[in-house]
Design a protein around this ligand. Structure first.
Ligand code: GUN
Length: 285
């Protein structure tokens, strides 16, 4: 069994983004800029936003944080998005989810200019992903694909089972595996015989949001297990959707939590922001 080191893969991606950024600055005089918007004081969101800002510093991007109070109105938030859409030194806009209950996240996402939608959440970018025409990669699923690539784990022709059908992870994860010629099954809360379906998987991706949901009896010997979960266990300790201690000995490869998929989401975000900067400045070398 080999543990897939998300920190290492993410560092490789960020290093290549940093080199490209240095070149953009030196040869074209442009610096990629990311605006990160956070509303309210959700502690997990605060950690994610800090990590995103830190990554920007590391690769040489400019980053701006807009921390708004929990009682911000929909109109105020939309007005900020409008301002950022027009700001020439900002190439990417990221509104950290979840938003407080009273705000309409769908309307906010649709207000972001698709050219600056570095999360690839806007309907235009989701549509392009369906068609296999990527401007922006969906951050977490693309991070998973990068891990598989760097560890030379083949996808073509293999049984890929994704547990979870969210718009952010499950659905686009299925599409990316399909584009690499995997045979894809997406499972969800109404799936019958979940255990048997999961047992078929050569590559099993868990994106359910339930601590230790994937148990050893659901995993085929030699499977690749990718854990997208980020939960707290009964002792308040960070854990994934996979019962790591019991599953790990059955796998050929497994991602840990933390230090697995999490860092990869941010690495893709950096790639997308760089791409946004290139597209907006007409740079294609
Ligand atoms: N909340 C959890 N994951 C994400 C993400 O990838 N992007 C944003 N904007 N919010 C999130």
């Amino acid at each position: 069994m080999q543990i897939i080191d998300g920190k290492k893969v993410s560092a490789n991606v960020k290093e290549s983004v940093r080199l490209e950024t240095d070149r953009l600055i030196a040869e074209h005089g442009v610096t990629p800029g990311l605006a990160v918007v956070i509303v309210g004081d959700d502690p997990a969101s605060r950690v994610y936003v800090n990590n995103k800002k830190k990554a920007c510093g590391l690769v040489g991007f400019k980053s701006e944080e807009y921390a708004l109070p929990a009682e911000t109105t929909q109109e105020e938030l939309l007005a900020l998005v409008d301002t950022l859409n027009k700001k020439p030194d900002i190439n990417g806009i990221l509104v950290q989810l979840p938003l407080p209950e009273h705000l309409d996240d769908k309307a906010v996402i649709e207000r972001i200019s698709p050219e600056k939608d570095v999360d690839a959440f806007h309907a235009v970018n989701v549509g392009k992903i369906m068609l296999g025409e990527y401007d922006f990669l969906p951050c977490t699923p693309a991070g998973v694909m990068e891990m598989l690539r760097q560890y030379e784990i083949p996808v073509e022709g293999r049984e890929c089972v994704v547990i979870g059908r969210s718009n952010i992870v499950g659905k686009p994860m299925g599409m990316l595996l399909l584009h690499e010629n995997g045979t894809v099954t997406i499972c969800h809360s109404r799936t019958k015989n979940l255990k048997e379906v999961c047992q078929r998987a050569d590559i099993l991706v868990a994106a359910v949001g339930k601590a230790k949901f994937v148990t050893a009896d659901m995993v085929k010997d030699g499977a690749v297990v990718i854990d997208v979960g980020m939960n707290r266990d009964e002792n308040g300790k960070l854990c994934g959707d996979v019962d790591f201690e019991n599953v790990k000995d059955k796998c050929s490869y497994i991602t840990p939590v933390p230090g697995g998929v999490g860092p990869m989401t941010i690495a893709t975000l950096m790639k997308n922001t760089l791409k946004a900067c290139r597209l907006q400045n007409g740079i294609d070398d």
